[in-house]
Design a protein around this ligand. Structure first.
Ligand code: 3HC
Ligand code: NAI
Length: 701
């Protein structure tokens, strides 16, 4: 037929196989091939039934996302046409599914008259994660098959549904061990014999009629999802389409779906979410580390220091089934650390997200020691002791002596020079930074910091390990704050200056929250605790360059004993036991006082100015980081921000967002800001200037 679709015949049943690695995506060649195959077998009298299946690892990963937004648009037939033709077939059509049936892949299966899947298959309509709605009948057929409440859950979350659950819901008709194509051919033969009738999903009505003219069902669902879906367009559009499935005839529902799909596909949100999809896959590719670099086996791990970070890091290993030894200075410190880990797990059990047996297994994988000899056999050791260079060097020297020669020694430092730490060992090639984010057992980001001598093998092993323990690893270079915190600093700095010039904490937080961040800088500070930064600033006071603008407003808040949520007061006040920030006149008055003391005539500051003043310097710093080669690509920076700081996925990360705003706009604003305020941190990055002059964006690099 074509390279992308092949046909063979077994016993009067044509087996149409998608053959387009890696995921049998439904790009033009596959759609065209499928359509041609269909026409051919439908007109062949020797063929009495059809089985549609996928070659390789899976049935089908859905539409070819790379085709979205392509100019000129790929040719016909469109996917809905192909699926409608399958459903309309008078010869029975059975889907034989293995691996995954996702998006358009599942929609293709829903167009078949029966669905047989291999054990271990997973199905989903993940379009919502790409900022679109399913666009080939999924929002209309799925509710007809499994009812509105279940369909809403599957479509709006985009979650993976394991075969057994999919069968219980009615998405799959049978789940089989062994050869799924063989099983599908058997079902097709039963249909030929009339033992099983042809069932066209689009013609079903019983399940959707239960939710017809029942706006309250949809209103309740919208309310339930409001918090999680804040800012996203696609989840709400999915609900609308499913509501159309309940209330409208199939053809009208499909038209509504198509219109919504087309509109969202062109939206900035979908562009951003598609960017995020590819950014996440690109991030593991490293220019000078070949894909086939042999990895060091990681069977056991050790963590040095079981404080806030060490405990969380140890949990990550245990969660992934890797035995981990925790080392501390004393039995007391160990008891405290393990006590906290136990408390953390117990809270998850209470919430019903972990069983007691799972908790016991995980705790069983964590052992403790106060002797370096006991970490000698670990394949990787992650150090998470106090942030003190001399201490870290001492620990690494000890580890270098105690650990086997091919063990990787990693540091969780957030500010120190990984090369200096590595220099105390005889294996700098095996030393690397693994910068986890707090809480380390929850946050998905790992900034993997390559030292000057970190070997390709060490880097490749750590990148792979990140994935294995459920994290997203981003390779970064050594600089103050690495990628994320260095950019964060540029933004936080301007926020404090805005306070001095006329804004108030709740005003800034609201702008940033409305932009889509999980919280503003001041609520975030209160959550993390204000005292640590204050102590660091006190230590730095003597060496702070006099020409740099400095805002003392944060110090003044701390001087009042307000350290954030832990003292029920920081930038905001907190009712005991509550985490809701409440603007506090005490802080507002303090801000006004600091303004006056420093000679600022306070002025009205608008929301747009706040957004630009905070976000543009952040982007600008990202550009400097790129130019200095500390991140491989702009999309890696986007991944850091989406996973480490909750930058809204529907904006694609700061660098992608910057391209949408326009680099020229940002560059000119930075120039104006720099002229007005003269701050070193506002100096436009040369890369920003160059891109602006060339009319290009970070995406063009
Ligand atoms: N389109 C284009 N490329 C795709 C793709 C797709 N739907 N799915 C995966 N790829 C590419 C990846 O970018 C990657 O490319 P690379 O090797 O150049 O980096 C390669 O295929 C392998 O992908 P993964 O690394 O993700 O492989 P895994 O084996 O880990 O995962 C998967 C496989 C579970 C299928 C995962 O790739 C996935 O979730 N894919 C996306 C599924 C999806 O969102 N489908 C819906 C598409 S939209 C749609 O169908 C619209 C319809 O309603 C009209
Ligand atoms: P912490 O103070 O909570 O824990 C440090 C632990 O190290 C303590 O339990 C202490 O007993 C132990 N320790 C001290 N000296 C030791 C030694 N010689 N041998 C073994 N254990 C020793 O500190 P936290 O917050 O966990 O930070 C640890 C590291 O992680 C630091 O480098 C920090 O910069 C970094 N980090 C911290 C983040 C955070 O948000 N807290 C985020 C990312 C990195």
């Amino acid at each position: 037929m074509s390279d992308a679709v092949t046909v063979s015949t077994r016993d009067g049943v044509a087996v149409i196989r998608l053959d387009s690695p890696p995921v049998n995506g439904l790009g033009f060649a596959v759609r065209n091939g499928l359509h041609a195959a269909l026409e051919s077998v439908l007109s062949d009298d020797a063929v009495r039934a059809l089985v549609v299946t996928g070659g390789g690892k899976m049935f089908c990963g859905g539409a070819d996302i790379r085709e979205f937004g392509q100019a000129p648009p790929p040719g016909t037939p469109h996917l809905p046409t192909v699926i409608d033709a399958i459903e309309a077939s008078t010869k029975p059509v059975v889907a034989a599914i293995h691996g995954f049936a996702l998006g358009g892949g599942l929609e293709l299966a829903l167009g078949c008259h029966l669905r047989v899947a291999a054990t271990g298959t997973r199905v989903a309509l993940p379009e919502v994660t790409l900022g679109i709605v399913p666009g080939a009948g999924g929002t209309q057929r799925l509710p007809r098959l499994i009812g509105v409440p279940a369909a809403l859950d599957v479509i709006v979350t985009g979650k993976m549904v394991p075969a057994a659950d999919a069968q219980a819901l009615g998405i799959l008709d049978a789940v089989v061990d062994g050869d799924v194509v063989e099983a599908a051919v058997r079902e097709a033969r039963r249909m030929i014999e009339g033992e099983v009738p042809i069932r066209r999903t689009s013609a079903l009505d019983d399940r959707v009629s239960e939710s017809r003219n029942a706006p309250e069902i949809f209103a309740a669902f919208r309310k339930k999802m409001a918090r999680r879906a804040r800012g996203f367009e696609a989840p709400f559009a999915c609900v609308e389409c499913v509501e159309a499935a309940a209330n409208l005839p199939f053809a009208e529902g499909v038209a509504k779906e198509r219109e919504t799909f087309t509109k969202l596909l062109a939206s900035d949100q979908s562009k951003a979410q598609r960017h995020a999809f590819f950014a996440e896959r690109l991030v593991s590719k490293i220019a000078d580390v070949p894909k086939d670099t042999p990895l060091l086996p990681i069977k056991t791990a050790a963590v040095i220091g079981c404080g806030t970070m060490g405990g969380g890091i140890a949990m990550n290993f245990a969660n992934a089934g890797i035995p981990v030894k925790v080392f501390e200075v004393s039995q007391d410190a160990l008891d405290k650390g393990v006590g906290l880990i136990t408390k953390n797990y117990a809270a998850t059990v209470t919430k019903g997200r972990l069983s007691q047996a799972q908790m016991d297994t995980r705790l069983g994988l964590i052992s403790t020691t106060v002797s370096y000899d006991d970490v000698a056999d670990a394949d990787i050791v992650i150090e998470a002791v106090f942030e003190d260079m001399d201490l870290k060097k001492e620990v690494f020297a000890q580890l270098d002596t105690a650990c086997k020669p091919d063990a990787i020694l990693a540091t969780n430092t957030s500010t120190l020079d990984v090369d200096e730490i590595a220099s105390t060992t005889r294996r700098p090639d095996k030393v690397i930074g693994t910068h986890f984010f707090s809480p380390a057992n929850v946050m998905k980001l790992m900034e993997n910091v390559r030292g000057a001598e970190s070997s390709a093998q060490t880097i490749a092993t750590i990148m792979k390990l990140s994935k294995r323990i459920g994290k997203v690893g981003v390779l970064v270079g050594i600089c103050d704050g690495f990628v994320g915190n260095r950019m964060l600093y540029a933004y936080r700095r301007q926020a404090d200056f805005l306070l001095e010039e006329g804004a108030l904490p709740h005003q800034i937080d609201k702008v940033i929250y409305d932009f889509g961040m999980p919280m503003g800088p001041y609520a975030m500070g209160d959550l993390a605790g204000l005292d640590v930064g204050w102590r660091i600033r006190q230590r730095q006071a003597a060496t702070r360059p006099a020409h740099l603008r400095y805002s003392a407003v944060a110090d003044r808040v701390c001087e009042l004993g307000r350290f954030g949520q832990k003292t029920d007061a920081g930038w905001f006040r907190y009712e005991p036991g509550s985490r809701t920030p409440i603007p506090d006149p005490v802080v507002n008055e303090l801000v006004l006082k600091v303004s006056a003391e420093n000679g600022f005539a306070r002025r009205e500051i608008g929301d747009q100015e706040i957004l630009e003043r905070c976000m543009y310097p952040l982007v600008n710093e990202g550009a400097k980081i790129l130019e200095e080669g500390l991140a491989q690509r702009a999309s890696d920076i986007d991944v850091v921000w989406m996973y480490g700081y909750g930058f809204p996925r529907y904006r694609g990360g700061p660098m992608f967002w910057a391209d949408l705003v326009g680099i020229k706009t940002i560059y000119e604003a930075m120039r104006r800001l720099h002229d007005a305020h003269g701050d070193y941190w506002l100096e436009p990055a040369p890369l920003l200037k160059r891109l602006a002059e060339q009319g290009k964006g970070f995406g063009d690099l």
